[in-house]
Design a protein. Sequence first.
Length: 277
Amino acid sequence: MPARFYSRRRVSPFLGVMQVIEVGDGRAISVDGRHWELQLLSQEAIPERVWGNIGPRPTRRRWFIYGRYSGPDVIRRLPVSREVRDPSRHPALAQLLEALADKPNLPFPPADSHEAWLCDADGVPLALLTTAVDVAERDSRKPGAWVGLPATDTGFVSRSPLAQGQGNTASRALDDLVKGAARGGEIRWLQGDGLPALPWFRDWTVPEQQQLVDDYTAYVSPYLLTLQHLDNALREQLEQLAVQQLDLIEFVFPLLPAVLDPGRMEVARVKARLAGN
Protein backbone atom coordinates (compact mmCIF):
# COMPACT_ATOMS: atom_id res chain seq x y z
CA MET A 1 0.00 0.00 0.00
CA PRO A 2 1.49 3.38 -0.99
CA ALA A 3 2.17 5.87 1.76
CA ARG A 4 -0.09 8.88 2.19
CA PHE A 5 1.45 12.20 3.22
CA TYR A 6 -0.79 15.02 4.46
CA SER A 7 -1.17 17.71 7.09
CA ARG A 8 -4.03 18.76 9.33
CA ARG A 9 -4.67 21.60 11.75
CA ARG A 10 -4.46 21.29 15.52
CA VAL A 11 -7.43 23.29 16.73
CA SER A 12 -9.25 24.28 19.92
CA PRO A 13 -6.71 25.28 21.02
CA PHE A 14 -4.97 26.16 17.77
CA LEU A 15 -1.37 24.91 17.92
CA GLY A 16 -0.32 24.94 14.30
CA VAL A 17 -0.38 22.10 11.81
CA MET A 18 0.61 18.47 12.31
CA GLN A 19 2.23 16.34 9.62
CA VAL A 20 0.93 12.81 9.05
CA ILE A 21 2.33 9.81 7.19
CA GLU A 22 -0.01 6.83 6.82
CA VAL A 23 0.94 3.44 5.46
CA GLY A 24 -1.31 0.43 6.05
CA ASP A 25 -1.57 -0.19 9.79
CA GLY A 26 1.11 2.35 10.65
CA ARG A 27 1.32 6.10 10.90
CA ALA A 28 3.82 8.76 11.94
CA ILE A 29 2.83 12.14 13.34
CA SER A 30 4.95 15.25 13.84
CA VAL A 31 4.06 18.66 15.23
CA ASP A 32 7.44 20.26 14.48
CA GLY A 33 8.75 18.46 11.37
CA ARG A 34 11.79 17.21 13.28
CA HIS A 35 10.48 14.57 15.67
CA TRP A 36 7.95 11.90 14.78
CA GLU A 37 5.75 9.68 16.91
CA LEU A 38 5.47 6.19 15.41
CA GLN A 39 2.07 4.57 15.90
CA LEU A 40 1.05 1.04 14.92
CA LEU A 41 -2.35 -0.65 14.89
CA SER A 42 -2.27 -3.83 16.95
CA GLN A 43 -2.52 -7.03 14.94
CA GLU A 44 -4.75 -8.58 17.56
CA ALA A 45 -7.96 -7.40 19.21
CA ILE A 46 -7.24 -6.09 22.71
CA PRO A 47 -9.86 -6.03 25.49
CA GLU A 48 -10.94 -2.61 26.68
CA ARG A 49 -9.89 -1.66 30.18
CA VAL A 50 -13.04 -0.94 32.16
CA TRP A 51 -12.64 -0.45 35.89
CA GLY A 52 -14.98 -2.59 37.94
CA ASN A 53 -16.12 -4.66 34.97
CA ILE A 54 -16.16 -8.33 35.93
CA GLY A 55 -17.94 -9.54 32.81
CA PRO A 56 -16.74 -9.95 29.23
CA ARG A 57 -14.94 -6.90 27.88
CA PRO A 58 -15.30 -5.69 24.28
CA THR A 59 -12.20 -6.11 22.18
CA ARG A 60 -10.86 -4.21 19.19
CA ARG A 61 -7.60 -3.45 17.46
CA ARG A 62 -5.90 -0.50 19.08
CA TRP A 63 -3.30 2.06 18.08
CA PHE A 64 -0.20 2.04 20.25
CA ILE A 65 2.95 4.18 20.27
CA TYR A 66 5.95 2.20 19.07
CA GLY A 67 8.54 4.94 19.66
CA ARG A 68 9.94 8.36 18.74
CA TYR A 69 11.81 8.94 15.49
CA SER A 70 14.18 11.81 14.76
CA GLY A 71 16.30 10.14 12.06
CA PRO A 72 17.03 6.71 10.53
CA ASP A 73 19.43 5.87 13.35
CA VAL A 74 17.61 7.73 16.12
CA ILE A 75 14.56 5.75 17.24
CA ARG A 76 13.67 5.68 20.92
CA ARG A 77 11.49 2.71 21.74
CA LEU A 78 8.68 3.10 24.24
CA PRO A 79 7.16 0.38 26.42
CA VAL A 80 3.92 -1.09 25.12
CA SER A 81 1.19 -3.24 26.62
CA ARG A 82 2.05 -6.90 27.17
CA GLU A 83 -1.05 -7.70 25.13
CA VAL A 84 0.73 -6.45 21.99
CA ARG A 85 2.76 -9.17 20.28
CA ASP A 86 6.40 -8.34 19.43
CA PRO A 87 5.88 -4.83 17.98
CA SER A 88 9.34 -4.83 16.37
CA ARG A 89 8.04 -7.46 13.91
CA HIS A 90 4.87 -5.55 13.04
CA PRO A 91 4.35 -5.82 9.24
CA ALA A 92 3.76 -2.06 8.84
CA LEU A 93 6.89 -0.94 10.69
CA ALA A 94 9.37 -1.37 7.84
CA GLN A 95 7.05 0.41 5.39
CA LEU A 96 6.56 3.27 7.82
CA LEU A 97 10.30 3.74 8.37
CA GLU A 98 10.87 3.64 4.61
CA ALA A 99 8.19 6.31 4.09
CA LEU A 100 9.84 8.49 6.73
CA ALA A 101 13.23 8.16 5.08
CA ASP A 102 11.83 9.02 1.64
CA LYS A 103 9.19 11.58 2.64
CA PRO A 104 8.60 14.60 0.38
CA ASN A 105 9.43 18.13 1.44
CA LEU A 106 7.54 19.63 4.37
CA PRO A 107 4.93 20.79 4.88
CA PHE A 108 2.65 18.14 3.40
CA PRO A 109 -0.52 19.27 1.57
CA PRO A 110 -3.52 19.93 3.84
CA ALA A 111 -6.27 17.30 3.88
CA ASP A 112 -8.72 18.43 6.57
CA SER A 113 -11.17 20.32 4.36
CA HIS A 114 -14.23 19.61 6.53
CA GLU A 115 -14.48 22.27 9.26
CA ALA A 116 -16.77 22.42 12.30
CA TRP A 117 -17.40 26.06 13.22
CA LEU A 118 -19.05 27.60 16.22
CA CYS A 119 -21.43 30.13 14.64
CA ASP A 120 -23.44 33.01 16.07
CA ALA A 121 -27.21 33.39 15.80
CA ASP A 122 -26.84 34.85 12.29
CA GLY A 123 -24.69 31.95 11.08
CA VAL A 124 -21.40 33.90 11.13
CA PRO A 125 -18.45 31.54 11.84
CA LEU A 126 -16.74 32.60 15.08
CA ALA A 127 -14.29 29.85 16.00
CA LEU A 128 -13.04 26.61 14.44
CA LEU A 129 -13.73 23.67 16.76
CA THR A 130 -12.38 20.68 14.86
CA THR A 131 -11.66 19.40 11.36
CA ALA A 132 -12.02 16.17 9.41
CA VAL A 133 -10.28 14.73 6.36
CA ASP A 134 -13.33 12.96 4.94
CA VAL A 135 -17.05 12.45 5.42
CA ALA A 136 -16.60 9.32 7.53
CA GLU A 137 -14.38 11.12 10.02
CA ARG A 138 -16.69 14.14 9.99
CA ASP A 139 -19.70 12.01 10.84
CA SER A 140 -17.85 10.31 13.71
CA ARG A 141 -16.56 13.50 15.36
CA LYS A 142 -18.39 15.40 18.09
CA PRO A 143 -16.94 18.92 18.35
CA GLY A 144 -16.33 20.15 21.87
CA ALA A 145 -16.19 23.64 23.33
CA TRP A 146 -13.83 26.22 21.86
CA VAL A 147 -10.62 26.83 23.80
CA GLY A 148 -8.17 29.59 22.88
CA LEU A 149 -5.10 28.26 24.70
CA PRO A 150 -4.01 25.18 26.66
CA ALA A 151 -4.64 25.42 30.39
CA THR A 152 -0.87 25.22 30.96
CA ASP A 153 -0.18 28.33 28.84
CA THR A 154 -0.23 31.31 31.18
CA GLY A 155 1.82 33.71 29.06
CA PHE A 156 -0.97 35.42 27.13
CA VAL A 157 -1.68 39.00 28.22
CA SER A 158 -3.79 41.70 26.59
CA ARG A 159 -4.16 45.47 26.81
CA SER A 160 -7.91 45.10 26.44
CA PRO A 161 -10.04 46.23 29.42
CA LEU A 162 -11.83 42.90 29.09
CA ALA A 163 -8.69 41.18 30.34
CA GLN A 164 -8.31 43.39 33.39
CA GLY A 165 -9.77 42.96 36.84
CA GLN A 166 -9.04 40.84 39.87
CA GLY A 167 -9.10 37.14 39.16
CA ASN A 168 -9.46 37.63 35.43
CA THR A 169 -7.00 36.55 32.73
CA ALA A 170 -6.71 37.35 29.05
CA SER A 171 -7.25 33.70 28.19
CA ARG A 172 -10.46 33.50 30.21
CA ALA A 173 -11.68 36.80 28.76
CA LEU A 174 -11.09 35.48 25.24
CA ASP A 175 -13.02 32.28 25.87
CA ASP A 176 -15.88 34.26 27.44
CA LEU A 177 -15.95 36.63 24.46
CA VAL A 178 -16.36 33.83 21.94
CA LYS A 179 -18.90 31.92 24.02
CA GLY A 180 -20.94 35.07 24.58
CA ALA A 181 -20.94 35.97 20.89
CA ALA A 182 -22.08 32.45 20.03
CA ARG A 183 -25.09 32.58 22.34
CA GLY A 184 -28.14 31.51 20.37
CA GLY A 185 -25.98 30.08 17.60
CA GLU A 186 -24.98 26.55 16.68
CA ILE A 187 -22.16 24.33 15.44
CA ARG A 188 -22.03 23.91 11.67
CA TRP A 189 -19.87 21.71 9.46
CA LEU A 190 -18.69 23.90 6.58
CA GLN A 191 -16.49 23.39 3.56
CA GLY A 192 -15.21 25.41 0.63
CA ASP A 193 -14.37 29.02 -0.08
CA GLY A 194 -15.59 31.97 1.93
CA LEU A 195 -14.55 30.69 5.36
CA PRO A 196 -12.37 32.84 7.66
CA ALA A 197 -8.68 32.76 6.78
CA LEU A 198 -7.76 32.23 10.43
CA PRO A 199 -9.36 29.72 12.81
CA TRP A 200 -11.45 32.49 14.40
CA PHE A 201 -13.44 35.59 13.52
CA ARG A 202 -11.11 38.62 13.33
CA ASP A 203 -13.30 41.69 12.78
CA TRP A 204 -15.08 42.80 15.96
CA THR A 205 -17.02 46.06 16.23
CA VAL A 206 -16.32 46.88 19.89
CA PRO A 207 -12.77 48.27 20.39
CA GLU A 208 -11.97 46.31 23.57
CA GLN A 209 -13.11 43.10 21.89
CA GLN A 210 -10.99 43.82 18.83
CA GLN A 211 -7.97 44.57 21.03
CA LEU A 212 -8.34 41.25 22.82
CA VAL A 213 -8.59 39.28 19.58
CA ASP A 214 -5.69 41.21 18.00
CA ASP A 215 -3.46 40.50 21.00
CA TYR A 216 -4.38 36.81 20.85
CA THR A 217 -3.63 36.68 17.12
CA ALA A 218 -0.22 38.23 17.76
CA TYR A 219 0.48 35.78 20.58
CA VAL A 220 -0.10 32.69 18.42
CA SER A 221 1.14 34.23 15.15
CA PRO A 222 4.01 31.73 14.68
CA TYR A 223 1.48 28.89 14.68
CA LEU A 224 -0.71 30.81 12.22
CA LEU A 225 2.19 31.04 9.75
CA THR A 226 1.97 27.25 9.31
CA LEU A 227 -1.39 27.67 7.53
CA GLN A 228 -0.96 27.16 3.79
CA HIS A 229 -3.87 29.18 2.38
CA LEU A 230 -2.92 32.66 3.65
CA ASP A 231 -2.64 35.46 1.11
CA ASN A 232 0.58 37.48 1.06
CA ALA A 233 -0.93 40.53 2.75
CA LEU A 234 -2.10 38.52 5.76
CA ARG A 235 1.09 36.44 5.83
CA GLU A 236 3.15 39.65 5.93
CA GLN A 237 1.17 40.93 8.91
CA LEU A 238 1.59 37.66 10.75
CA GLU A 239 5.27 37.37 9.88
CA GLN A 240 5.94 40.81 11.39
CA LEU A 241 4.22 39.67 14.59
CA ALA A 242 5.72 36.19 14.66
CA VAL A 243 9.38 37.22 14.57
CA GLN A 244 8.82 38.79 17.98
CA GLN A 245 7.76 35.44 19.47
CA LEU A 246 11.20 33.90 19.89
CA ASP A 247 9.96 30.99 21.96
CA LEU A 248 7.93 29.64 19.01
CA ILE A 249 9.47 30.86 15.77
CA GLU A 250 12.27 28.28 15.67
CA PHE A 251 9.86 25.51 16.66
CA VAL A 252 7.49 26.12 13.72
CA PHE A 253 10.09 27.04 11.09
CA PRO A 254 10.33 23.61 9.35
CA LEU A 255 6.56 23.71 8.75
CA LEU A 256 6.30 27.17 7.19
CA PRO A 257 4.98 26.92 3.60
CA ALA A 258 6.46 30.33 2.72
CA VAL A 259 8.68 33.06 4.15
CA LEU A 260 8.19 36.52 2.68
CA ASP A 261 11.26 38.12 4.24
CA PRO A 262 14.03 35.50 4.69
CA GLY A 263 16.43 38.03 6.21
CA ARG A 264 13.94 39.09 8.88
CA MET A 265 13.15 35.46 9.64
CA GLU A 266 16.81 34.47 9.91
CA VAL A 267 17.50 37.28 12.39
CA ALA A 268 14.62 36.05 14.55
CA ARG A 269 15.84 32.45 14.39
CA VAL A 270 19.36 33.45 15.41
CA LYS A 271 17.95 35.42 18.35
CA ALA A 272 15.83 32.41 19.31
CA ARG A 273 18.80 30.06 19.27
CA LEU A 274 20.92 32.50 21.30
CA ALA A 275 18.10 32.74 23.82
CA GLY A 276 18.00 28.96 24.07
CA ASN A 277 14.57 28.54 22.52
